[in-house]
Design a binder for this molecule. Structure first.
Ligand code: ADP
Ligand code: MG
Length: 260
C-alpha cells in the first residue's frame, strides 16, 4: 500500500511546491512509483510540469473533489492523471478555489481521502502539495494522509505560525485521522553561511528536540532552483551538480529509510 504524504505549512514561499516536485523526482529515480497531487488553486506545481494555461484544464483535482461532493466520482481516473519524467501527477487550477468555497457549506473532511483511496495501491508514494492556509482543503489533505512533512524556510521567521499548523495536525489526528504522523520538519532555502540562518535553524531544532524530528538533510538556497523551475525541470535533472538537487536526493533516501 502506498504512503500518502502531505507537504504542508500554513505559510507560502517556504518550499512546499519545490519540495514536492523534487522529492517526487528523486523517489522516482530510486525506483519508486510516485504520484503528486497539486492541491493549491495557484497551481504552481502544475506549472512546474510545463502546463501554462492551467485555467483551461478540464481534468484537475478540483474537478475530482467536486465530483466527490456531488457523489459522481468516476470509476476510472485515467483522464485526471498526467505524467512527466516517470512521475504521475494530478494537476490543479483556479477551479480548486471554487471547491474550497463549496467545502465551507458542504463540510466533510474526508472527501480527499475518498478521492485518493482507489489510487493508493498503485503507488509507493502519493505526495500532496498543500495550499498555504489552514482551511478545509488542508484539513482534507491531512485527513487523507499517513504523514506530513512540514517545510520551514528559516529566513521567513521560521517559528511564526508553526504552532497553529501543529495544533491543526494534532486535532485532525485526534478527531478524524489517527494514522496521521508528523514525519518531520524540513529546512529549506538554508543560507548556511549566514549567521541568521544558523541561529534560526538552531532555534527550530532546539524547540522541537525530542518531540518532532528535524530532518538531517537541509535544502540549501541556490539560484539554480529558480532557473530549473523556469525551464520546467526538477533541479537534479536541470543540473547534475546543483547542491539543492543533491540535497533532495539525500532527502529522498531519508524518507525511504523513515518507517513512521
Ligand atoms: P511554497 O510552495 O511553499 O509557496 P515554493 O516551493 O513555491 O514555496 O518556493 C517559493 C520560492 O522560493 C519559489 O520562487 C522558488 O523558486 C524559491 N525556492 C524554493 N526552494 C529554493 C531553494 N532551495 N533555493 C532557492 N530558491 C528556492
Ligand atoms: Mg506552492
Amino acid at each position: 500500500m502506498g504512503k500518502i504524504i502531505v507537504i504542508g505549512s500554513q505559510k507560502g514561499g517556504v518550499g512546499k511546491t519545490t519540495t514536492t516536485l523534487n522529492l517526487a523526482y528523486s523517489l522516482r529515480e530510486m525506483g519508486k512509483k510516485v504520484l503528486t497531487v497539486d492541491f493549491d488553486s495557484q497551481a504552481n506545481l502544475t506549472t512546474c510540469y510545463g502546463i501554462e494555461d492551467t485555467g483551461a484544464l478540464e481534468y484537475t483535482i478540483g474537478h475530482l473533489m467536486m465530483a466527490q461532493i456531488e457523489e459522481e466520482l468516476p470509476e476510472n481516473f485515467e483522464d485526471y492523471i498526467q505524467s512527466r519524467e516517470g512521475v504521475d501527477y494530478i494537476p490543479s487550477s483556479i477551479y480548486l478555489s471554487v471547491v474550497d468555497a463549496k467545502l465551507r457549506t458542504e463540510m466533510g473532511a474526508e472527501r480527499m481521502a475518498e478521492v485518493l483511496e482507489p489510487l493508493r495501491s498503485r503507488y509507493d508514494y502519493i505526495l500532496i502539495d498543500a495550499c498555504p492556509a489552514l482551511g478545509m482543503l488542508t484539513i482534507n489533505a491531512l485527513a487523507a494522509a499517513d504523514e506530513v512533512i512540514i517545510t520551514v524556510n528559516p529566513q521567513l521567521l521560521a517559528m511564526m505560525g508553526l504552532q497553529d499548523f501543529l495544533r491543526t495536525v494534532g486535532k485532525i489526528k485526534k478527531r478524524i485521522n489517527p494514522r496521521l504522523e508528523i514525519a518531520g520538519i524540513l529546512l529549506t532555502m538554508c543560507e548556511s553561511r549566514t549567521t541568521l540562518c544558523k541561529v534560526l535553524t538552531e532555534e527550530v531544532t532546539e524547540s522541537f528536540q525530542g518531540k518532532i524530528k528535524v530532518f538531517q538533510t537541509r535544502i540549501p538556497a541556490t539560484v539554480k532552483v529558480g532557473e530549473s523551475i523556469y525551464y520546467n525541470m526538477p533541479i537534479a535533472q536541470y543540473s547534475k551538480k546543483a547542491s539543492a538537487g543533491i540535497a533532495y536526493r539525500k532527502f529522498a533516501k531519508e524518507i525511504i529509510a523513515y518507517e513512521g
